[in-house]
Design a protein around this ligand. Structure first.
Ligand SMILES: [Zn+2]
Length: 309
């Protein structure tokens, strides 16, 4: 008898969200559980408890993680969950649970969700961008996730590329240190925390990214300057991503995507810097806004058992 369902997870440093997925539009979420970050045995038991709660026999387990599977070593790189960091997580979970295990980066899950049932539907090349606590992304071409076996494709947030002279009129901006070890990453200056650092550098004021965006919307000149510099810095690397991948839509998720005005400003700047001309917005808010990690993991798992296109 063919498998009729899968169990999917969105695993972060704070909570494990689980769901039973029977079809792309039939994903039944369970109550979230705290993530055991230091005890791998307890981590496995938490997954096992969710599988038991489904009351069914999953064809596989599909997991979205806030990290990456190293494509060379198959080890998980998940800094905020020490008990899985450095483990061959797929093999260890397969052995512990006795089920096939699919693991994907959360930005990749977001991208597959947007490409399949979100703003990217109908597009051959979808670049899903995350702008929030970090800057990341995932690439889906012809419905296929380019990182299906793990890896770093789509990681446009890291690399020493951020402009050090930006804005209108131009101003000098330092190459901020990034958590990845490099300096001058887009993540370090254009993530939510990056925006706060940039604002502090430009004006000596400490505000949250939400406060900066709200102040910009209310006509505050200092906030407007921060947004002007940030948009100038982020637009060039994103334009290059679009030239390279041929993406015809860039759905954006993460906290900063809650401001349609910010995305519109980025979209205008990006479209002025790419080779192809579009007479419609290219950088758009994601439409799959509730649990995109869980939905993306559900889609990857359902595809693996032949229950999703
Ligand atoms: Zn970095």
């Amino acid at each position: 008898m063919p498998d009729r369902m899968i169990v999917c997870f969105d695993i972060g440093g704070t909570a494990i969200k689980g769901a039973a997925a029977y079809a792309p539009d039939d994903v039944r979420a369970f109550e979230r559980r705290p993530t055991p970050i230091h005890d791998f045995g307890a981590f496995v038991e938490t997954l096992r408890a969710v599988i038991a709660e489904s009351g069914d026999a999953p064809g596989c387990i599909s997991i979205s993680i806030a990290g990456v599977i190293d494509p060379d070593t198959e080890q998980a790189i998940v800094a905020n969950i020490p008990c899985i960091h450095g483990r061959p997580l797929g093999a260890d979970l397969t052995a512990a649970l006795g089920l096939p295990v699919i693991i994907a980066n959360d930005a990749d899950c977001f991208a597959i969700a947007e490409a399949s049932i979100g703003a990217g539907r109908g597009h051959r090349a979808v670049f899903g961008a995350i702008m929030g606590s970090g800057v990341g992304g995932g690439l889906v071409i012809d419905g296929k996730l380019i990182n299906a076996d793990g890896g770093f494709a789509g990681e446009w947030g890291h690399g020493p590329v951020a402009a050090t002279i930006a804005g209108h009129p131009p101003i000098s901006v330092p190459s901020f240190q990034c958590g990845c070890g490099l300096k001058g990453c887009i993540d370090a200056v254009c993530s939510a925390r990056g925006m706060e650092k940039l604002h502090h550098y430009l004006h000596g004021e400490t505000f949250t990214s939400e406060e900066i965006i709200d102040a910009w919307q209310e006509g505050d000149l200092a906030a407007a300057r921060t947004i002007d510099v940030l948009v100038d810095i982020i637009a060039s690397p994103l334009a290059l991503v679009i030239n390279i991948t041929g993406a015809t839509i860039v759905p954006v998720g993460g906290g900063l995507s809650n401001s349609p005005e910010l995305l519109a400003a980025i979209d205008t700047a990006v479209r002025a810097r790419i080779l192809r001309s579009f007479d419609r917005p290219l950088v758009v808010p994601a439409t799959c806004r509730i649990e995109p990690g869980l939905i993306g993991a559900a889609l990857l798992g359902l595809r693996a058992i032949g229950r999703a296109p």
